[in-house]
Design a protein around this ligand. Sequence first.
Ligand SMILES: NC(=O)c1ccc[n+]([C@@H]2O[C@H](COP(=O)([O-])OP(=O)(O)OC[C@H]3O[C@@H](n4cnc5c(N)ncnc54)[C@H](OP(=O)(O)O)[C@@H]3O)[C@@H](O)[C@H]2O)c1
Length: 274
Amino acid sequence: MTTKFVCLVTGASRGIGSALAQRLGSLHPSVTHLAITARSEQDLNLVKNQIPSQVKTLVIPADLANPEAPKHIINETISNFGQIDCVVHGAGTLGEIKPLSDQSMEHITSENYQQSTLFKTFQINLLSVMQVTHFAIPHLQKTNGRVIFISSGAAAYPTYAWSTYCVTKSGMNMLCSCLALEEKDITFLSVRPGVVDTKMQKELREQGKEGMQSEDYDKFIKYHETGQLKSPDDVAKKISSLCLYSPKEWSGRFVSLEDKDVETLYAQKFSTNV
Ligand SMILES: NC(=O)c1ccc[n+]([C@@H]2O[C@H](COP(=O)([O-])OP(=O)(O)OC[C@H]3O[C@@H](n4cnc5c(N)ncnc54)[C@H](OP(=O)(O)O)[C@@H]3O)[C@@H](O)[C@H]2O)c1
């Protein structure tokens, strides 16, 4: 009998989240149900079309900038699939790439705060992550589930003009560590994927020049020009091994996909190079 395994992936409409949803979808019968969410229903349906039909796939269009979205996402997942075994927090945004002193905060009022880039970046990258996790915890307790936070090297390394992004990602790492203390039945892991060829990198190249220091900006241009960006599919393969097999003893850690432990887990579980 196939054991039910339900995975929820946010940010699944493109980039790392989309590649991960497709990768998890290829791992039937280890993965039996997928809930995929992002704003673009059209793109989510394109992703769903790539997933074999044995894996029941639920599309949940939702804007994580809306503080009511997290509860809705978990309710939809539970009412359709009845359980959750893994949550991957893949949705993310760069926010304003400028020194704090230059960021657009002059016209923030209590009425328009939720429309500000500052609020939206925190809501999408961190606050919604806390909310989704809050609503998922009772279900993950029942399955001894896992939560994978897609964090960033920027969580640990300060970068000029990236304060909002860095703060949200370092907050994500601290959330992961705190939750590991609070929820002993659930495994929490924060992952830095490396520099990956997605729309986020394109946005950085297009929008980062003005605010960033030239040596930082040029580094990203060079990664792109010299083919050093990782492919979302390669990154997704390793993250999928963490979704399915990361051991409880790792809970609370911030890992790189190049860490020896992570490489070893991937090699052990997917030794045929799938
Ligand atoms: N690419 C890299 O080099 C890199 C490096 C380190 C960390 N990361 C992290 O990896 C994660 C995935 O990034 P990516 O590179 O794959 O970026 P991406 O291609 O821009 O994808 C971002 C995803 O987040 C979703 N999203 C954005 N705003 C949203 C909102 N308001 N509500 C719901 N979903 C929203 C997008 O879907 P919709 O637009 O359809 O809503 C999309 O699916 C992010 O957390 C990012 O910080 C990326």
